[in-house]
Design a protein around this ligand. Structure first.
Ligand code: ATP
Ligand code: MG
Length: 393
């Protein structure tokens, strides 16, 4: 026997051609998620369903864990899959399923819920429910039928093959990565930006990332931490092209030439400009950050307006309305939290002023940026020319 998983997906109220694209992307992401796992897997589409056949040596928990990382999946059902539609065989498999999965049967209630997608099958779904139910009761008289609030619903799907299952393990939902274009995530080593990347990818967006590194003020360990975060996120998103930009000279130059209370905001404008240039060159249609209104001085409405002023492509901020607590909860769920809180320095904190402006005015910021005219283009060009690309997977 092979082990088969029926994959449930929603949001496929999407019609026509979109449905096809959605399913193909989902199959591709499922294959990607299963690649690191021991065993052999066949992912197949049949009659509006996706099935994963796993070889015997595959570990059930590992398979389910991998599938829980695939956006677009709403439910994972381990099924008994029968090639033969012989009715006695169905009853036997149903009885075995109940016996194996529910060893404590005393007083357990159940119902059979069948769906006949093949109208030529010789029993209709009402008959299947009744007859399989009877076979189960005969084998296990200690069970009881409850059609309204059963402890166990046993599903039987009669299609090209027969699927029998009773467990629906929740998937992450969302849309398969690759169905909604690509965006460039500004990924720092903090708590927020990995979560922002996860959230945008959950809507089907493929992500690349850029990290602004400031050696020797930020260490190799700080950079490694960002690579590690990208790796955790890539379990959901697929491979991430991480661009590491050496930001030191730009930062120092701003520090020399501009008022210190405007440092963070001017720095962030240069991050956005550089991220946008890379995005344009690599096919991303938007930028993604981990900002949320009011969290710090550089995230007031006024500051966000000043950062946005340099962007010609949309900036997506999936966490904009989230409290820190909510963001922390998600980061724990997706397992980036423990890495995010490692205490390595961040390039933004090193030159930070004691009292940064919280209500920057765009005209003033722009005027002060002119102090940089002499050298900034050259420094930005050098930073872009020395972009180090790490493929994280
Ligand atoms: P995070 O937890 O994501 O670091 P934060 O609360 O520390 O966010 P800021 O430091 O103001 O907030 O950064 C805001 C956003 O700017 C980050 O969420 C991230 O998208 C981007 N960002 C900040 N620093 C860097 C960096 N060194 N490299 C790339 N992106 C950065
Ligand atoms: Mg940060």
């Amino acid at each position: 026997m092979t082990y088969t998983y029926l994959i449930k997906y929603a949001e496929i109220a999407l019609k026509g051609k979109n449905r096809h694209i959605f399913e193909e992307a989902l199959v591709k992401q499922i294959r990607h998620a299963l690649r690191p796992i021991d065993g052999e897997f066949e992912v197949r589409r049949a009659q509006g369903r996706i099935y994963v056949d796993a070889s015997k040596d595959a570990d059930d928990d590992e398979v389910i864990d991998a599938l829980k990382h695939v956006f677009g999946i709403v439910g994972i059902c381990p099924v008994e899959s029968l090639a033969d539609d012989d009715f006695d065989g169905i009853c036997k498999a149903a009885v075995e399923h109940m016996g194996r999965n529910y060893p404590d049967r005393e007083g357990l209630t159940f119902k059979v819920e069948s769906r006949r997608a093949r109208k030529d099958y010789f029993k209709d779904s009402m008959e299947i429910n009744a007859d399989v139910g009877e076979a189960i009761l005969e084998a296990y008289p200690e069970l009881k039928v409850d059609v309204h609030h059963p402890d166990v619903s046993l599903y039987i799907e009669v299609r090209e093959t027969i699927s029998i299952y009773s467990k629906v393990i929740p998937g992450p939902g969302g849309m398969p990565v690759g169905t909604s274009g690509k965006a460039m995530l500004l990924l720092s080593g903090g708590i927020d930006s990995p979560v922002a990347g996860y959230m945008i990818a959950k809507r089907g967006v493929k992500i690349d990332a850029v990290y602004f590194h400031a050696p020797p003020y930020t260490s190799e360990r700080a950079k490694q931490k960002v690579v590690d975060l990208a790796r955790i996120v890539s379990a959901y998103t697929g491979p991430i092209y991480l661009h590491v930009i050496n930001f030191t000279d730009i930062q120092m130059y701003i520090y020399q030439k501009c008022p210190h209370d405007e440092l963070t905001i001017i720095m962030r404008r240069f991050m956005m400009r550089i991220a946008q240039t890379i995005a344009e060159e690599t096919g991303s249609m938007g930028l993604v950050t981990g900002e949320s209104i009011g969290q710090v001085a550089s995230q007031t409405m006024q500051s966000l307006a000043c950062t946005d002023a340099v962007c010609e492509m949309p900036v997506y901020r999936p966490l904009i309305g989230f409290d820190k607590n909510d963001i922390v909860d998600i980061s724990k769920k997706i397992e980036t939290f423990e890495t995010s809180i490692l205490p390595y320095e961040d390039c933004c904190t090193i030159f930070v002023a004691k009292h940064p402006v919280t209500k920057p005015k765009l005209d003033i910021i722009e005027r002060h940026e002119h102090n940089l005219d002499e050298d900034i283009d050259r420094l930005v060009k050098t930073a872009l020319d020395t972009d180090e690309v790490i493929i994280v997977k």
